[in-house]
Design a protein around this ligand. Structure first.
Ligand code: HAM
Length: 506
């Protein structure tokens, strides 16, 4: 290896403690006064201070009173530095985790042939107001905008999807396989993993009907959606012993209600009440069901059916002829074909808290029972007509970011993610900053990431930074080497160091 003539460069091989901090200490800049404090100063008082500081003459010979008003505030306003309750900042380490999660959401969606879509976070409030008395309605962040329109921050993505499908109409060619990752807002009571703002990964299939006829049912879209969630769990290290899906069909309830001649229009409302079973006392549930007009006998039968956890038992009670049993049997058989039978179980108590579901419904849960639902979805064949559109058969799911992160923490599976940069480029001399910029540009043009050291820093600092950002190579631009058109490359994993012509740097 040729001797390294540059004195700073040759030091790079010595232990860090040999570096003198002072020789490479950054220059100290005098901060202009107007940036230092804004305490109780007004634009006019600051302007007069400036003129008295300068004996009445304008600053630096410039225009008198030419200070930007944006630099000045009336008084100190101490702010709460925490984000609003229930919302999150994403500093780099949290953003890395979020990106990692979203990357897996996107990869799974891609593997299943889905296309990404998005909608506005702000929607018309009417989109989320359904009559069934859902909890989500009381949790809306809604307000009147400056044009007197009632608007709301979306609490979920499904109504926006329906709106877009109606708007696009016949220009779309079903089946649509769409996925979205979007921020949702719900003024919710905060529990572990439940927040006022969360991101949801949604996958929806539109235009594929459930087919139930004498030869049986075909619920391949539902089964495909659950397969995608299983694929996601597997990618992030979650197994069937950690989580499972509780599956049922709203047709189970429908069949019970039909026996008691309960009108169809009460169906959504009854589902919403039943969804609260684990959240409020059973007497309250009974009282609410009774208020819809259900007889005590019907309520008792309903509650009995809802406690069933076996398909065979359900068949004994409902009889084998109904659609609910046929659908569920089909789904379990498809789960076997997809290879995720161990992940799913029948549970009649799953009805879901949104009014629009019409068929199969499912929820992902953690087997330790420490967290709320990890994901949930189902078939909603009649949502579009509630907005005045033509119905399109549809099913999908929503998967939140916050609960699954709690699950990963619980299982010790949160990945260690750090900033990873291919190269760190540093000029050893202030005059060589321009050359360092050329080196950085050349590498970036080749698709390599570069952290360019922007200040005059001691090498000890540069090495520390290289380690922190997990740089693979340190590229030093020193005077002696640059006179030969060369730079020094140090491979940080092995310590190997060599000079190379800039043109040959790969
Ligand atoms: P959802 O059950 O209301 O369904 O929400 C889906 C998932 O979003 C939940 O299982 C949970 O992971 C997450 N989630 C919901 N609310 C919160 C919250 N406050 N904090 C944290 N995470 C939360 C829907 O939203 C349906 N639109 C899903 C769907 C799509 N159905 C068909 N297509």
């Amino acid at each position: 290896m040729p001797p390294l003539l540059n004195p700073r460069l040759s030091l790079s091989l010595k232990p860090f403690f040999l570096f003198s901090q002072s020789s490479f200490a950054p220059r100290k800049f005098q901060i202009p006064r107007q940036f230092v404090s804004v305490k109780s100063r007004t634009f006019s008082s600051l302007a007069s201070e400036q003129s008295s500081d300068n004996g009445g003459s304008s600053v630096g010979g410039g225009r008198s009173g030419a200070l930007s008003p944006s630099l000045v505030t009336d008084e100190v306003q101490r702010i709460d530095v925490n984000p609003p309750k229930g919302t999150r900042d994403f500093p780099p380490e949290d953003m890395r985790l979020r990106n990692w999660l979203f990357h897996h959401f996107r990869e799974v969606s891609r593997l299943f042939g889905f296309e990404e879509v998005d909608y506005p976070v702000l929607e018309s409030e009417a989109l989320f107001i359904r009559k069934a008395g859902e909890e989500i309605r009381d949790q809306l962040y809604c307000f009147e905008d400056r044009g007197n329109r009632r608007v709301a921050l979306r609490p979920e993505l499904t109504p926006s999807l329906a709106r877009l499908v109606i708007q696009k109409g016949k220009s779309l060619s079903p089946p649509l396989k769409w996925f979205a990752i979007g921020q949702c807002w719900r003024y919710e009571r905060m529990t572990r993993g439940r927040r006022r703002e969360h991101y949801q990964w949604n996958m929806d299939i539109l235009g594929v009907p459930e087919v139930t006829d004498i030869s049986g049912s075909i619920l391949i879209a539902e089964a495909e959606l659950m397969a995608s969630i299983v694929a996601f769990f597997k990618r992030i290290g979650i197994t069937e012993s950690d989580v499972g899906f509780k599956v049922s069909s709203r047709k189970v309830l429908q069949e019970v209600l039909r026996c008691y001649s309960v009108p169809e229009n009460l169906f959504g409302k009854v589902c919403i009440i039943i969804d609260k079973i684990e959240k409020i006392p059973i007497d309250e549930i009974k009282r609410e069901l009774n208020a819809t007009g259900l007889s005590e006998e019907a309520i008792e039968e309903l509650l009995q059916v809802l406690s069933i956890k076996s398909l065979t038992k359900l068949e004994e009670i409902l009889g084998g002829a109904g659609e609910a049993i046929a659908d569920l049997k089909q789904l379990f058989s498809l789960a076997e074909k997809f290879g995720y039978s161990e992940w799913i179980q029948f549970d009649a108590s799953v009805v879901r808290g949104l009014a629009y579901y019409t068929g199969i419904v499912f929820e992902g849960f953690d087997r330790d029972g420490k967290l709320r639902a990890i994901c949930g979805g189902g078939r909603y064949d009649r949502l579009l007509s509630t907005f005045g559109g033509d119905d399109v058969p549809a099913c999908g799911f929503g998967f939140g970011d916050a609960v699954v992160i709690e699950l990963l923490k619980e299982k010790g599976l949160v990945p260690e993610l750090s900033l990873e940069v291919d190269n760190i480029v540093c000029a050893l001399d202030h005059d060589l900053q321009g050359v360092a910029a050329t080196v950085a540009t050349k590498l970036r043009d080749k698709g390599l990431s570069v952290d360019l050291v922007l200040e005059n820093k001691p090498l000890k600092w540069v090495f520390k930074r290289a380690a922190r950002i997990k740089a693979q190579r340190l590229i030093l631009v020193g005077n002696t080497e640059w006179q030969k058109g060369m730079v020094v490359v140090k491979v940080l994993s092995s310590g190997e160091q060599y000079e190379i012509k800039l043109d040959e740097l790969e």
